[in-house]
Write a protein that binds this ligand. Structure first.
Ligand code: GDP
Length: 435
């Protein structure tokens, strides 16, 4: 599809289509080049401002879709619109204009990109809800409550102290507490949204032959088709993406990390190290048949991987594999490692639940909309200002008013009420072209 957006596209659309387009009607017909030769038969849709995606006049042309014919159409459209200053759109520019023309707020605009980039069905559904305004509505509700408190404070500032019975009469402490509680609950739901968007990184570490690849296959079993069919789901050669309960998991492969003096291999190890340092969880896999209850890993490579990951903040999850080979299925006293068999699948479901709970996943019921790290930061910042407002309550309304103003500003940055231009550039440049 070729999409054109801008002010006053009416005459341009009429010339291009050879007829007056009826707004929001589908027109089928030939599009001709400057010599009157047919380039393609297209379906054309014209959306006059403001009832369009961008809020400007928009013309959409659907051709037959082959790369050559689309390129011909595109060149022709660009040529025909030269007098209008028509040019190729920058990545995300349509959505950026939609935002600037108040067709959607910033959280919704980000959800457009998240919908397109969704790595799981769950992520796509949640992005669709954010795009529909579910997250923004929650933010607006908080802002409305905040404004109410700010108005009361402004009233306090306007009246000299002797005319008021002190700040207690307004119940500020209670109001601030309710606001903080509502903010914390939104933060917790937004965290789920970030988890579904960004997934979690898991490193599987263990000696050779303990069953690392077998475990990866067992985890990926329901999912391998999705993973291999969707290009881009595997982000890196060193990692593999799988989805558990809608949460994307990026499993980082540590095979091939063995000590070496070879400078080329060492480069590979450095890369692997950077991947490992991104881990949220390091899963230490050991062979249940290998005997004694160990206090910890002894293999130097495994120890190295675990220390890289945990130093960077990952949690350690010890797991025993191959329990199908044990005559004695019960764990020995003092060994509380997760026990499973990658071969028979026994214990895999438990492992999946442990991984999800380590990531902070609270179940899909909690996660209704997609969110980004940027949103969490804004919510945390607003929370800090609310806490500060409660602390300075005793010191009079002025300080509190300022903290609440800053809290509102932080919340406003989520929906784009207060947002710096460079942040907008950063957000929209990550879109693909044409969106
Ligand atoms: P890696 O070197 O750690 O990746 O280990 P592999 O996944 O290649 O497994 C090494 C060997 O152990 C293979 O022959 C697997 O079939 C076998 N294996 C892996 N997991 C299990 C298990 O749970 N039970 C049994 N009986 N064998 C397993």
């Amino acid at each position: 599809m070729i999409r054109v957006s801008g002010p006053s596209l009416g005459p341009f659309a009429r010339d291009l289509l050879g007829r007056e387009p009826i707004p929001r009607h589908a027109h089928y017909g030939p599009v001709r080049d400057e010599h009157g030769e047919i380039l393609d038969h297209c379906l054309a849709l014209y959306f006059p401002s403001p009832h369009s995606y961008t809020g400007e006049d928009v013309l959409e042309l659907q051709g037959h879709g082959g790369p050559v014919v689309m390129q011909l159409l595109l060149s022709h459209v660009l040529q025909a619109g030269r007098a209008l200053g028509l040019r190729m759109a920058r990545p995300g520019e349509f959505t950026e204009r939609a935002f600037l023309n108040d067709k959607m707020d910033l959280a919704q605009a980000e959800a457009v990109a998240d919908l397109i980039d969704a790595g799981s069905a769950q992520a796509a559904r949640m992005a669709a809800r954010s795009l529909g305004g579910e997250f923004s509505a929650q933010v607006h509700q908080l802002v409305a409550q905040l404004i109410e408190v700010r108005m009361l404070i402004e009233a306090c500032l306007d009246f000299p102290e002797e005319e008021l019975d002190g700040l207690e009469s307004f119940g500020f402490a209670d109001r601030l507490e309710r606001l903080s509680a509502a903010l914390q609950s939104l933060l917790s739901r937004a965290r789920q949204g970030v988890l579904v968007r960004e997934g979690m990184n898991v490193v599987i570490a263990g000696e050779p032959n303990v069953g690392k690849s077998s475990l990866l296959n067992a985890l990926a079993r329901d999912d391998i088709a999705i993973v291999t069919d969707v290009p881009g789901t595997t982000r890196d050669r060193l990692s593999q993406a799988i989805v558990i309960d809608g949460v994307p998991l990026n499993i980082i492969d540590t095979a091939g990390i063995r000590e070496t003096d070879d400078p080329v291999e060492r480069l590979g190890i450095e890369r692997a190290r950077r991947e490992i340092e991104k881990a949220d969880v390091v899963l230490w896999l050991a062979d249940a048949t290998a005997g004694t209850v160990e206090a910890g890993p002894t293999d130097p490579v495994v120890m190295q991987i675990i220390s890289w990951a945990t130093a960077a903040g990952a949690s350690l999850l010890p797991v025993l594999n191959k329990i199908d080979l044990l005559g004695e299925p019960e764990a020995p006293v003092g060994d509380d490692r997760l026990r499973l068999s990658a071969l028979t699948g026994q214990g895999i479901a438990d492992l999946e639940q442990r991984l999800l709970s380590l990531a902070g996943w609270q179940g899909s019921a909690e996660a209704s909309f997609i969110a980004r790290e940027r949103h969490l930061e804004a919510l945390r910042e607003a929370g800090a200002h609310l806490a500060m407002a409660a602390q300075v309550l005793e010191q009079g309304p002025e300080l509190m008013a300022e903290e609440l103003r800053l809290a509102q500003q932080a919340l406003g940055s989520i929906t784009g009420t207060f947002t710096a231009d460079d942040l907008l550039g950063e957000i929209f440049s990550r879109f693909c072209i044409g969106k």
